[in-house]
Structure formats: structure tokens, C-alpha cells
Design a protein around this ligand. Sequence first.
Ligand code: HEC
Length: 139
Amino acid sequence: MGSWGRSLPGVMLLGLLAVAGCSDNGTDPVAGGGGGATVSFAADVQPIFARRCLACHGVGGNAGLDLSPAVAWANLVGIETTNYAPRQRVMSANPDGSVLYLKLNGDASTGSRMPLGGALDPAMIELVRVWILEGALDN
Ligand code: HEC
């Protein structure tokens, strides 16, 4: 989807184009329509987890949080935290309601800053913020 811009022989298509571009993708990103997300979970966010989090958040990880590629998204979005219930790990479109984001920032209300013993570059934290704002898609 999202390739409306390519030049097709318009005459042949006149009147034939149904409104077919917007298939249901389940979520509603705040910024832009279906294909409008600027941050990819798989390409942008997951590599941060791989480098900085997996040592403590693999299978059977701390606080029951497994950030392995196959399960990370499902363990985050809309899931209640172990240690800060009823707050959620990631609340779609709401970074400040997401314990993941708050912990990356060292927010006083969510215990230790993550990654434990360090901090991410501001640019990486911003990627996570925008990913959540755009609907925390599994994209
Ligand atoms: C050196 C080990 C270590 C590393 C590295 C680490 N964590 Fe943690 N993490 C912990 C421990 C221990 C806890 C449980 C205590 C707490 O809630 O602060 C935890 C808890 C969490 C929680 C709360 C989960 C819940 O459901 O309560 C989140 C979210 C989290 N970590 C995210 C991350 C992210 C994202 C990274 C990488 C950027 C990361 N952590 C890196 C040790 C680590």
C-alpha cells in the first residue's frame, strides 16, 4: 500500500479504480494513515533491545519481560507490567503512559532507569517515543 504516486496509464484505469488502498491494519497511528509510520519496530526498535536489553530480558528475563525478537512486541503492547501494575509496559499512542518509555527516561515513578546500569542515547529513546506515538505498531 502507499504507492498511489506511481504513474499508471490513467486513461485505462478511469472509472475502474475502487477505493482499495486502505486495508484494515488494526491500529490507528496518530501520525499519518496506515502506511505513514516513520519508525519500524523490527528495523529500528528491536535492534536496540538486542544490543542493550537482551542480556537481562531474554527468555525468563527480569520482571518476566522477554524482549527476544519473536515475542517482544506481544510482551509489550497493551500488557500490564509485573512491577508497576496496573500500568502497562506500552500503551499505544501514549509514551507517557508507557512504563517502557518512562524507564528509559529514568522517570521517578518507575524505579530504576533502563538499561540497568546505563542509559540509552537520547536519539534511541526518541525512536521509542515516536514508535509508541505512531501507534506502537508491529511493523
Ligand atoms: C543489567 C540487567 C538489565 C538490563 C541490561 C535491562 N534491564 Fe530492564 N529490568 C531489569 C530488572 C532487574 C528489572 C526489575 C526491576 C525493575 O522493575 O526495575 C527490570 C525491569 C524492566 C521493566 C519493567 C517490566 C515490568 O513488567 O515490570 C522494563 C519495561 C524494562 N526492564 C525494560 C528494559 C529495557 C527496554 C532495557 C534495554 C534498553 C532493559 N530493561 C535492560 C534488569 C535489566
